[in-house]
Design a protein around this ligand. Structure first.
Ligand code: ASP
Length: 327
């Protein structure tokens, strides 16, 4: 109860500082992937929490997919900088910097960085008909069917694409399968459940329920160790445990505004974001989906931007090693 009262007091203080923002115009979370996917899920849950922490904030989610998320990112980079158009994106802000030769925006210059939201583990999953039940069987099956299988992803530079590249490089199966792009891993998941594609690497926010329901097969998690706190995912080995030395991938999500958004508006939005990350309902949902809400310096714009700067540098050689580039 005390936490609710503290939250209410903080929210009132925030509201008192409103200088015309947010006003009546909706605040759009642009999600650069199809509805129903992992990023869309984060955005909708966060919008619900921020409706409480920014009174009058009429948050809506707008899906603008394509080109691995860069079409949606371009839309926000070029939007009016009034605080009413925000980008909720992920590791793609860093991976696409090394992947696309002609981005319509500069990742570190054309956005005002708000805080980060969470870190989401990934799972390697297969279609229900796949004749494998353990990761070892799965890897052997891939090797035995080299050139005959296809792996789904959400476009060049998406988290699923990056994970697929890293995993194929780690198991030396770069040419073993065809990659099939979708507008997001929601449509990709539908294709996997239907058996139209063979495998995918996707975030636990999108895969946990499907694995639990038996609609897809889970084989491993991409974090360094097992997800021992999760009732279902704790039973799946990490890829490191399966011998892929150093494999460690989680998908972070962050919030961005167009360059030039006024500082008082950015502060109001980020204060509301940080309060939302403490919202008991939001936290419970994130935990159930295997996501870990950020609590470190990445909650602050400077920490977020420094982290993305380092991620761009870290991912560049990974992408170059995989030899996949896009115009
Ligand atoms: N996050 C994307 C989505 O929500 C998927 C991806 O990046 O792989 O569809």
């Amino acid at each position: 109860m005390k936490r609710i009262l503290v939250l209410a007091a903080a929210v009132t203080a925030l509201f008192a500082n409103a200088q015309g923002f947010p006003g009546t115009k909706p605040i759009s979370f642009v999600v650069p992937f199809a509805a129903g996917g992992p990023t869309d899920r984060v955005a909708r849950d966060l919008a619900e929490a921020m409706r409480k922490t920014l009174p009058g904030g009429n948050f809506v989610v707008e899906n603008v997919n394509g080109a691995g998320g860069t079409i949606g990112a371009t839309k926000v980079a070029k939007a009016t900088p009034d605080g009413h158009t925000l980008l909720l994106w992920h590791i793609g802000m860093a991976s696409t910097a090394g992947l696309y030769r002609k981005l319509q925006y500069k990742p570190l210059e054309d956005f005002e960085y708000l805080g980060m939201v969470n870190d989401v583990p990934m799972t390697l999953i297969g279609k229900p008909q796949l004749p494998a039940n353990t990761y070892r069987d799965f890897e052997n099956y891939i090797r035995a069917n080299s050139g005959k299988l296809n792996i789904a992803h959400a476009g060049l530079g998406s988290a699923s694409h990056l994970c697929g590249l890293m995993w194929q490089s780690a198991v030396n199966a770069k040419e073993a399968m065809t990659t099939i792009p979708f507008g997001g891993t929601a449509p990709a998941m539908t294709a996997l459940i239907g058996g139209q594609v063979d495998l995918m690497c996707d975030q636990t926010t999108n895969t946990t329920a499907q694995i639990e329901a038996g609609r897809v097969k889970g084989f491993a998690v991409t974090t360094a160790g097992r997800l021992n706190n999760h009732k279902l995912l704790k039973d799946y080995p990490s890829l490191q445990e399966m011998g892929l030395k150093g494999f460690n991938l989680t998908i972070w999500h962050g919030l961005y505004a167009p360059k030039g958004t006024p500082a008082p508006v950015l502060k109001q939005l980020n204060d509301a974001l940080k309060l939302a990350l403490k919202d008991p309902e939001f936290l419970k949902k994130q935990e159930g989906l295997g996501a870990i809400v950020v609590t470190d310096k990445r909650m602050e714009p400077e920490g977020h931007k420094a982290f993305v700067t380092a991620e761009i540098a870290k991912l560049k050689p990974v992408i170059e090693a995989a030899g996949k580039f896009a115009d």
